[in-house]
Design a protein around this ligand. Structure first.
Ligand code: NDP
Ligand code: 2IT
Length: 454
């Protein structure tokens, strides 16, 4: 049995109850073969066994009281997966579906994503099965404070730096930061995604969505250059003139839509867990922001306000014909049937804003049909990259302008595109960006692990 098969078997045996974690591991193991089998150094240093086993898995009780005075208990998690290249770094997710498998898949992906940014950040992830929907301001605040009361002992600006993810935005980061400061009496960059009045970075809110669109633009432009005059019609001009479908209507979806619109594309869909809207005139983002960022409402309300829009509570946004599809909601939201529909409708490119939004079968279908496909580890790395820039600014005790940060983000996304393309060319096929991202991300971390010994 090969080294990879051997390790895979033992990972499956030890984590049989963690399907999302196994899915994420399988995607990496199935693509890094040419590297791992080319040199015995990886096997001799047990790199695959070590990189798939978190350094530390912290699980804790989070008690809080609801508005009726009832005591409630949720489970908190922080997985410190790998710190070979920098302090553990990765978001916190608050969603009822959160469990160990979900947090481990996210933490595992984060190792490779963070490596691709070129910045000194390791991989980690955390969260809780707390459901923020329908909770009052006071309940959210109390939950966040209780969560941080336990988490504080495990994190620090040079140890582990959490940030937002599903259900955690500026409001929650603020309550958590306040509690950390009270417990530790240290004013340090222990969280990113902070508010602009207390150490947050300009452009962090926009970073994941903007970064996604920057790298999809790089991918379209590179394909049009390679294809010369034959297939350039659909690919030239990057995003300009493209019809784009987006799922989700949270942080990533909103700022991806904003950048697409700014670059001359037209976003025609958005969704939430209840349903989706189609607006053939192009989504009006002021309306979406009002509903989602201010009222914390449902996307259904969009169709009540904008008359050109239709609301559907069945089906998915992927049934709408588009040139570019950007899944920006959650894992496994785009399956092989959705992929087939998109391919039938002549989609040119897919960029993953969410983490692992496409199933393995969907990715295979896109690649077999020559749809340009940029996987999450590369495509949504702009968020954590600007988080790392927030850490730099906090350490320097300086604040950069929006344009400075946005320009650095653009450079980082181009750098990621180059690294991913190079690795794809060298080890797989030139547009196999899945293999490219996994291999380029893996190489740096593996080298750092080897250099640092067991
Ligand atoms: P938000 O909480 O701001 O928004 C999440 C959006 O996805 C909401 O519209 C939500 O709908 C929808 N959604 C969540 N879970 C489900 C579900 N099970 N089924 C259908 N829809 C769902 O989160 P973000 O925008 O921050 O995160 C979106 C994705 O992007 C996640 O996969 C996250 O891991 C990833 N990501 C986020 C980064 C960031 O910087 N924030 C960075 C990189 C990746 P509803 O309100 O109904 O739940
Ligand atoms: O999945 C992700 O990369 C994030 N949720 C952002 C992590 C971060 O530390 O900014």
């Amino acid at each position: 049995m090969s080294y990879i098969q051997d390790v895979r078997q033992s990972i499956v045996a030890r984590n049989a109850d963690q399907p999302e974690f196994l899915q994420a591991v399988d995607e990496v193991l199935s693509t890094i073969k040419p590297v791992v089998e080319s040199d015995s150094v990886y096997k001799n240093n047990a790199i695959l066994e070590r990189i798939t086993e978190p350094d530390r898995q912290i699980m804790f009780r989070v008690p809080w009281t609801d508005d009726n005075g009832n005591m409630r208990v949720n489970r908190g998690y922080r997985i410190q997966f790998n710190n070979a290249i920098g302090p553990y770094k990765g978001g916190l997710r608050l969603h009822p579906s959160v469990n160990l498998s979900i947090i481990k898949f996210l933490g595992f992906e984060q190792i490779f994503k963070n490596s691709l940014t070129g910045l000194p950040i390791g991989g980690g992830k955390g969260g809780s099965d707390f459901d923020p929907k329908g909770k009052s301001e006071r309940e959210i605040r109390e939950f966040c404070q209780s969560f941080m009361t336990e988490l504080a002992r495990h994190i620090g600006a040079d140890t582990d730096v959490p940030a937002g993810d599903i259900g955690v935005g500026g409001r929650e980061i603020g309550y958590m930061y306040g509690q950390y400061k009270r417990i530790k009496n240290i004013y340090e960059g222990v969280l990113t995604g902070k508010g602009l009045t207390y150490g947050g970075s300009l452009a962090r809110t926009e970073a994941t969505g903007y970064g996604l669109v920057y790298i999809v633009k790089n991918m379209l432009e590179a394909a049009s250059a390679v294809n010369g005059n034959s297939v350039t019609i659909g690919l030239s001009n990057g995003i300009k003139g493209k019809t784009v479908t987006i799922s989700g209507s949270g942080n990533v979806a909103i700022y991806a839509a904003q950048k697409v619109t700014e670059l001359g594309g037209k976003v025609v869909t958005m969704s939430d867990s209840n349903g989706w809207v189609y607006d053939p005139n192009g989504i009006n983002l002021d309306v979406v922001k009002q509903i989602k960022e201010i009222k914390r409402g449902r996307i259904k309300e969009y169709a009540d306000i904008v008359k050109s829009a239709e609301y559907h509570d069945n089906g998915k946004v992927w049934q709408v014909k588009c040139d570019v599809a950007l899944p920006c909601a959650t894992q496994n939201e785009l399956d092989v049937n959705d992929a087939k529909t998109l391919i039938k409708n002549k989609v040119l490119a897919v960029g993953e804003g969410a983490n692992m939004p496409s199933t393995t079968e969907a990715i295979n279908a896109f690649q077999a049909a020559n749809v340009l496909f940029m996987p999450a580890k590369a495509a949504n790395a702009g968020g954590v990259a600007v988080s790392a820039l927030e850490m730099s600014q906090n350490s320097q005790r300086l604040a950069w302008t929006f344009d400075e940060v946005d320009n650095k983000l653009k450079g980082i996304m181009s750098g990621i595109f180059d690294k991913v393309s190079e690795a794809a060319k060298l080890y797989a096929t030139p547009t196999d960006y899945v293999a490219g991202a996994n291999i380029a991300g893996f190489l740096k971390v593996a080298q750092a692990m080897i250099a640092q010994g067991v």
